[in-house]
Each structure stands twice: as structure tokens, then as C-alpha cells.
Write a new protein. Structure first.
Length: 216
């Protein structure tokens, strides 16, 4: 099997995981248990020295970083129509993908892993509290993107794609951060629609994900 995806349940690797499933192609999913530190083992660091997921391997060639992987899969499987082909629509879709990856994603990292940014417990607590508030605003922004899809069915057009899978991931992370996703009615309805897709549902089942982890 030429395609291999290294993923961790609930991580941003969910995005290419969904893309491969949606494309209906043969691939080997390889789970990396981040909570057990498997990303730091020598065998895995030989593949990705940065010790991160996702990693896509195609015929022995390694691709890291979610934006690079998304764009690669979009071009490798054009029949899946993951991203628009017209220049402006494609640029706007990549703009949203980049925002998700360079703004929303690292904001959650400051909540979930504040120890990466300070060794001081009080600073870590402040980082979590501050960025949780920032994250609430980012979810409102994400909801506004969903609102703007009308009359399109999905975030980047007529086909379910990587922006939708990333939106599901980011919304789920918000519930981990103590943010009730049902407070964002339009966004939460969109997430339910994504999760109800057969291929996405297969990925959710493989990763054993619970969409809403919010606890009052």
C-alpha cells in the first residue's frame, strides 16, 4: 500500500484522515498515541523529527504539516473536489485553512498545553484562562464562516472537504476547553451534518471520538 497516514485520535490529523476516507482510496492508517509519547520514539522521529502528527507517506516520500498535506491530497485526488479550482475561490479556501491552522489551532495549544510556553504554574494558569476567552471569539468567527456558506452546502463549496473536517476538530477542541458548542447553534448544526457523513463517521468511529466533551 503506497499511502500511509500517521494520525492521533482527535488531533488535527483528523483532517487528512477524513480526506483519504472521502476519496475512497486505499491507504494505511497508523495510530500514534500522543498521550503515551509514541511521537518521541526513535522509529517515529526517524519519519518526522519534529515528533508531530499528521504525517503522510506516499511511495516512501514523507510530507508533514497539515496545510502541505491538505494541498497535496487535493491535487493528488482532483476528482474528490476537496478545494475549489477557480483562482479566487481556491485562494479564499486556503485563506480559511491557513487561519484555522495559524490562529485557531495555536490558541487551543495555549489552553491545552500551556507548559509548552512557560514553566511557571501561575503563568500557565493565566495562559489557559486568557486563551479560553480568545477561543470563544474564534468560534464565533468560525460560526460566521458557516453562516456565509449559504447557499453552498459546505465551507469551501459543494463538496464536504478539509475546511469542514478542521471545523469539526476545532469545535470539538473548544468543548475540551470548557466551551459548550451548543452555544454556537449554527456552527454546532454544521458539525452534526459533517459527522453524519458516512465517510467522516467511519473516521470518527476509528478514532473513537466523542464530539462534545463539554462539562458544565
Amino acid at each position: 500500500m503506497s499511502l500511509k497516514l500517521y494520525f492521533s485520535p482527535g488531533a488535527c490529523s483528523f483532517v487528512p484522515h477524513c480526506m483519504l476516507q472521502l476519496a475512497g482510496v486505499a491507504y494505511e492508517p497508523v495510530m500514534v498515541k500522543l498521550h503515551k509519547g509514541e511521537q518521541h520514539e526513535a522509529d517515529y522521529k526517524a519519519i518526522n523529527p519534529r515528533a508531530q502528527v499528521p504525517v503522510l507517506v506516499d511511495d516512501g516520500q514523507v510530507i508533514t504539516q497539515i496545510v502541505a498535506i491538505v494541498l497535496y491530497l487535493d491535487q493528488k485526488f482532483p476528482e474528490a473536489k476537496f478545494l475549489p479550482t477557480s483562482p479566487m475561490a481556491r485562494a479564499k479556501a486556503i485563506e480559511t485553512l491557513a487561519w484555522m491552522n495559524n490562529t485557531v489551532h495555536p490558541t487551543f495549544t495555549h489552553i491545552f498545553m500551556p507548559q509548552k510556553f512557560s514553566e511557571q504554574a501561575d503563568v500557565q494558569a493565566n495562559l489557559k484562562e486568557f486563551n479560553a476567552q480568545v477561543y470563544k471569539g474564534l468560534l464565533f468567527e468560525l460560526e460566521s464562516l458557516v453562516r456565509a456558506t449559504t447557499p453552498r452546502a459546505w465551507l469551501s463549496g459543494d463538496q464536504l472537504g478539509p475546511l469542514d473536517a478542521y471545523a469539526l476538530t476545532l469545535t470539538r477542541w473548544g468543548s475540551i476547553a470548557g466551551i459548550d458548542p451548543s452555544a454556537y447553534a449554527l456552527l454546532w448544526a454544521h458539525i452534526q451534518k459533517i459527522a453524519n457523513d458516512k465517510s467522516v463517521g467511519e473516521v470518527i468511529a476509528r478514532e473513537r471520538l466523542q464530539l462534545n466533551l463539554f462539562k458544565a
